[in-house]
Design a protein around this ligand. Structure first.
Ligand code: PGA
Length: 256
């Protein structure tokens, strides 16, 4: 089960709506101190609430930790009250942005079509989108996991094509595993990651070989090593455990 050498692992921390200026500063101070001790080969990213990106950008200016936003507008600019555009995120030195997180899809009614428009807006603004896809428990129990995952992926492919998709990152996050402590087993996750890669291979061999596919959903310091050992899992998108520097660092170490 050799990993493709070209696929660098990534560990990304999704802070969701947590933190404050002081708490963020402390968390990043602890994390950067831990990271200077070990020379990790994995790419480490954090996704704070947009309001704090400027502060995080300043604090991380001299570090190897990258950062991005949790959401963006599908529009480039204009009368869209409350929205944040790709170019504004770029202006704050963001490198990445999450799109289609299950909380955005389910709580804010983001359709796969809208998620695809956001993916496109991110690319046009020079950001690397991290496309989150995944099935609910009911969908899994109904045997629809791959239908759902492929549909979410294909919606983006329809808008940006294989070339566009190849410029981003995919995160498979089964909805039933997010924030529940009920992680997918390494085998369950690997099966879906493998099928996603096979689906991409039907379109483009290089796309399938190079696509970084992260796993997300209750990853912690205990289960990360086994999950990341699977051949098609290229790292993780971490929620709760990314708010604790020690545990997040442990997960980063598990990825390389
Ligand atoms: P969790 O969240 O690690 O707390 O399950 C993952 C995510 O929502 O990205």
């Amino acid at each position: 089960m050799n990993k493709e050498v070209s696929r660098r692992t990534i560990v990304a921390g999704n802070w969701k709506m947590h933190g404050s200026r002081v708490a963020n500063q402390e968390l990043l101070q602890s994390l950067t101190a831990l990271m200077t001790k070990d020379n990790l080969s994995t790419e480490v990213l954090v996704f704070p609430p947009s309001l704090y990106l400027d502060g995080v950008s300043k604090q991380l200016a001299d570090s190897d930790i990258g950062f991005g936003a949790q959401n963006l507008s599908e529009q480039a600019k204009g009368a869209f009250t409350g929205e944040v555009s790709a170019s504004m995120l770029k202006d704050l030195n963001c490198g990445h942005v999450l799109v289609g997180h299950s909380e955005r899809r389910s709580l804010y009614n983001e359709s796969s079509k809208l998620v695809a428009e956001k993916y496109k807006a991110a690319l046009e603004g020079g950001l690397i989108p991290v496309l989150c896809i995944g099935e609910t428990l009911a969908e899994r129990e109904a045997g629809q996991t791959m239908d759902i995952v492929f549909r979410q992926l294909d919606a983006v492919l329809d808008v940006v094509g294989t070339e566009g998709l190849s410029q981003g990152i995919v995160a498979y996050e089964p909805v039933w595993a997010i924030g529940t402590g009920m992680t997918a087993s390494p085998e369950q996750a690997q099966e879906v990651h493998h099928d996603i890669r096979s689906h991409l291979r039907e379109l483009d061999e290089a796309l399938a070989a190079n696509m970084q596919i992260l796993y997300g959903g209750s990853v912690n310091g205990q289960n990360a090593t086994q999950l990341f050992a699977m051949s098609d899992i290229d790292g993780g998108l971490i929620g709760g455990a990314s708010l604790k520097a020690d545990e997040f660092f442990q997960i980063c170490k598990a990825a390389g």
